[in-house]
Design a protein around this ligand. Structure first.
Ligand code: SF4
Length: 222
């Protein structure tokens, strides 16, 4: 399956820093992602403008990176995911193409695919090839499933309630607030937590922005 993508050699995003980035066709998003039409930041005007454009495919990404150049760290999918259309299952062929394109690059991303054995396996395989895929969670039981399957997890919450702390520990798991959410000078390029191989800590992202209220029904205060 060929996936339409947009490749940006040098981003001007203040949160990620000036690293290379991609966007993938909205059809790659999992069928049951709770953010779909309920606060997905990819649906914001500015992000959506990039999201629906494409300048390469999953098959031509490697050539595009070679001709345009790339940074040492790359954020895959500012918007989009890696699922087979209209399912919650990761697309193995797509992940293989991406892993090949990202050889020698510290590439990382997030997925809302289901917490299935097949998906965990594909994430492990990608990690062996140096491509770090974080599983996005909304509940502590989803985090636990990821932990039991040795897959890095991130947790979206409505509010981070421990205002005086940047981390908390529950049931042997450390939950760490994304540093960029409370330090304006921090970028993903400099932080590196999401692209660190074998990370055990769970990174917590409090939602923000104009669509925040749309997530109230499915995100907890934490
Ligand atoms: S934890 Fe670090 S790498 Fe991950 S999103 Fe936050 S700033 Fe970026």
């Amino acid at each position: 399956m060929v996936t339409k993508m947009k490749y940006v050699a040098h981003s001007c995003n203040t949160k990620t820093g000036d690293i290379s980035q991609t966007y993938s066709d909205p059809h790659t998003c999992p069928k049951s992602c709770p953010f779909k039409c309920h606060g997905c930041y990819g649906e914001n005007f500015t992000t959506r403008r990039h999201w629906v454009q494409s300048n390469c495919t999953s098959k031509t990404l490697a050539d595009m990176m070679e001709s345009k150049g790339h940074t040492k760290v790359l954020r895959h999918n500012v918007a989009g995911d890696m699922c087979i259309h209209d399912t919650d299952e990761l697309d193995g062929e797509l992940i293989r193409d991406l892993s090949r394109a990202y050889k020698g690059v510290k590439a990382y991303t997030y997925t809302h695919a289901s917490k299935s054995a097949e998906n965990f396996q594909l994430i492990h395989k990608a990690a062996e090839n140096g491509f770090v895929i974080n599983m996005s969670c909304e509940t502590l039981s989803q985090v636990m499933e990821c932990r039991e399957n040795h897959v890095p997890a991130v947790l979206a919450v409505y509010e981070w309630t421990q205002k005086d702390k940047a981390a908390r520990r529950i049931d042997g798991i450390t939950y760490r607030l994304c540093p960029a959410s409370h330090d304006k000078n921090m970028t993903c390029r400099d932080c590196g937590k999401c692209w660190k191989k074998g990370r055990k800590e769970v990174i917590v992202f409090p939602v923000h922005g104009t669509n925040k209220k749309k997530t109230r029904a499915f995100l907890m205060d934490f």
